[in-house]
Ligand binder design. Structure first.
Ligand SMILES: NCc1[nH]cc(CCC(=O)O)c1CC(=O)O
Length: 308
C-alpha cells in the first residue's frame, strides 16, 4: 500500500462530497500521475456548522463555521487541500493558508421553488410564506414584496424540499449551483440576478492549501479557472471591506463582460426596507481594486448604524 499523494479535506454533506469529487476529476484530468488508484483520498471532516444545524448559525456567531476544522487539519498536515463552497468562506484565510484555485463557476443564481404554479417572485400569492435562512434572500425578497413572510427552514437540500412538499411554506429559495451539483437541475425556476443579486462566491468551489506547499500549489495552478478566480476574488475583496457579520445582508456578483470585469454589490436592511447598491466596471485584472472600491462606497453610504 502506498499512501495517497494528496489528501482532500471536505465537509461530509452530499453536496460537499460531490464538489470534492469534481476537484478529484479535474486533478486527474490535469495530472496523469494523480489518476492512478489511491493517489487521491477524500477525507470527510465534520465542522461546527454541521454539528449546529439546529441552532441559528448567526447566533453561534460567526464566520468559518464550515471551514475551521478543515483548516485545522490543513495546518497540522492531516490533509493537503481543502475544498469549500466559496460562499461559506471567511474573507481572509488563517496565517499559513491560501486560496489557491477555483473550479469553473456553476450557475450563481438563486432559484424559486414554489408549491403552486408560481414561476417568479411576482407570482407568489399575497402574504405567501417563503422558506430561507439567508438574510440576503430575506432582505431582497421583502424589498420587492413586503407582504411576504419569511420562514427560517433549515436542513440539507432534500430535507428542505420535503418540508416544502409537507406544506411548511409556499415556496423555498435555494442556490441553482447546489441543486445542479446534486443532480436536481429539474427543480425550481431561476430568479434573475437583478431581482436577487447572488451571494459573494455563490456557485464557485474554491480550493485551499498551505501557503508554503509549492508542490500542491503547482498541482492546483493547473486546474485554476482564471475567469472564475478573477470574478470571485473581486467579490471577496468587496466583502472583506464591509466586514459584515452574518447578520448583515450583503450581495456581490461579478462577471466578465467582453474582457471587462463588471461587479455589482449591495447591502440591505434585513427587513428589506433599504437597499444600497453600486457597481464597478474595469480591467479584468483589477478585480481586487474594483472590489475594495465598491466595498468602501457601500460602507460610506450605509454609515455606521446600518450594520446594527
Ligand atoms: N449556505 C449553504 C450553501 N453553501 C453553498 C450552497 C450552494 C452551492 C453554492 O452556492 O456554491 C449552499 C446551499 C444554498 O444556498 O442553497
Amino acid at each position: 500500500m502506498t499512501s495517497p499523494v494528496l489528501r482532500i479535506g471536505t465537509r461530509g454533506s452530499k453536496l460537499a462530497l460531490a464538489q470534492a469529487t469534481l476537484v478529484c476529476d479535474a486533478l486527474k484530468a490535469a495530472h496523469p500521475a494523480l489518476a492512478r488508484d489511491g493517489a487521491l483520498e477524500i477525507v470527510a471532516i465534520r465542522t461546527t456548522g454541521d454539528r449546529e444545524q439546529a441552532r441559528k448559525l448567526s447566533e453561534i456567531g460567526g464566520k468559518g463555521l464550515f471551514t475551521k476544522e478543515i483548516e485545522e487539519q490543513l495546518l497540522d498536515g492531516s490533509v493537503d487541500i481543502g475544498v469549500h463552497s466559496t460562499k461559506d468562506m471567511p474573507t481572509l484565510q488563517p496565517d499559513g493558508l491560501a486560496l489557491a484555485a477555483f473550479l469553473p463557476r456553476e450557475d450563481p443564481r438563486d432559484v424559486l421553488i414554489a408549491r403552486g404554479d408560481a414561476r417568479a417572485i411576482a407570482d407568489l400569492k399575497k402574504g405567501a410564506t417563503v422558506a430561507t435562512v439567508a438574510l440576503r434572500r430575506q432582505a431582497l425578497l421583502l424589498h420587492r414584496r413586503p407582504d411576504l413572510r419569511v420562514e427560517p427552514i433549515r436542513g440539507n437540500v432534500d430535507t428542505r424540499l420535503r418540508k416544502l412538499q409537507d406544506g411548511a411554506a409556499d415556496a423555498l429559495i435555494l442556490a441553482r449551483a447546489g441543486l445542479n451539483r446534486l443532480g436536481r437541475g429539474d427543480v425550481g425556476v431561476v430568479i434573475p440576478v437583478d431581482e436577487m443579486l447572488p451571494a459573494v462566491g455563490q456557485g464557485a468551489v474554491c480550493i485551499e492549501c498551505r501557503s508554503d506547499d509549492g508542490r500542491v500549489r503547482d498541482l492546483l495552478a493547473a486546474i485554476d479557472h482564471q475567469a472564475t478566480a478573477r470574478c470571485v476574488r473581486a467579490e471577496i475583496a468587496m466583502l472583506r471591506v464591509l466586514d459584515g457579520s452574518c447578520r448583515t445582508p450583503i450581495a456581490g456578483h461579478a462577471v466578465l463582460d467582453g474582457g471587462q470585469l463588471w461587479l455589482r454589490a449591495l447591502v440591505a436592511r434585513p427587513d428589506g426596507s433599504e437597499v444600497i447598491a453600486t457597481e464597478r466596471r474595469g480591467a479584468a485584472g483589477d478585480g481586487d481594486a474594483l472590489g475594495v472600491d465598491a466595498g468602501e462606497e457601500l460602507r460610506r453610504r450605509a454609515g455606521p448604524g446600518f450594520f446594527g
